[in-house]
Design a protein around this ligand. Sequence first.
Ligand SMILES: C[S@@+](CC[C@H](N)C(=O)[O-])C[C@H]1O[C@@H](n2cnc3c(N)ncnc32)[C@H](O)[C@@H]1O
Length: 264
Amino acid sequence: MIVFLKKLIIKIERQIIKLILFFRKEIVSSSPPPSGIDKETVFKKVAEVPFWWHSIDLGYGIVAPGHQGGIKHPTGTKNLLRNLKFPNDLSGKSVLDIGAWDGFFSFEVEKRGASSVLAIDNFYRDKLEHTESQGFEVAKEILKSNVQFKKASVYDLSPEKFGMFDVVLFFGVFYHLKYPLLALEKIFSVTKEMLIMETHYDPYYGNKNTPLATFYEKDQINKDPTTWWGLNKACLFAILRTAGFREVKVVYRYADRIILKAYK
Ligand SMILES: C[S@@+](CC[C@H](N)C(=O)[O-])C[C@H]1O[C@@H](n2cnc3c(N)ncnc32)[C@H](O)[C@@H]1O
């Protein structure tokens, strides 16, 4: 019954997304995307993707109807971008985006001058009945982007297989991992300068100086059975140092989310 309802909701959501796109089509601006693909084709390609996580501006005022932040408006992705306090100029930097999904952040760092960008994702989300890299491929084509995509898990990372990256992005993935320290050690091994990490965390522990972590056996957090860990701030700092990072800073905190920068 629950599975049936979930499928029904996803179906309805897709129809709503198509409807929203249909109306957005009428209010598009005139600037074409870097590929120069015509407006009708962009519209069609965007509508054909069954599920978008990111709201990506694809030209002509057409914005991929991302789930993050709601389907009506791309506030979620935009807000996160503002809070990340990304360097405006990433000229010459190599960037790795772990768990890139539709690639909003990969395309954003490319726009800011990154010399090479590798996006990886293991499509873990398929378990939640969404799609593989369909949105990423469509956005990449429309934006005429050079971002490379590899199907890989964070656990696969090693300098031998992937090389090293000046900046590593790790947004919204950490709490989905059963083996957090192993993942951070893998990330450390491919980081040259800095890791920027956005994650769910547990801000509610009494003793804020004691590193503590909650293990979510079921779907306590946002009814998501793929969220395993909620570390408090002290624990996040400790685990990042244990993985090898010499300095950790908080960039932003809101509700149960935190953004950190960790330096090698
Ligand atoms: C909540 S989404 C975050 C997407 C994007 N980074 C953002 O912040 O908007 C989590 C993403 O991490 C990916 N993911 C989960 N486990 C992973 C793993 N072990 N290795 C690589 N990607 C993973 C999922 O497939 C999904 O695309």
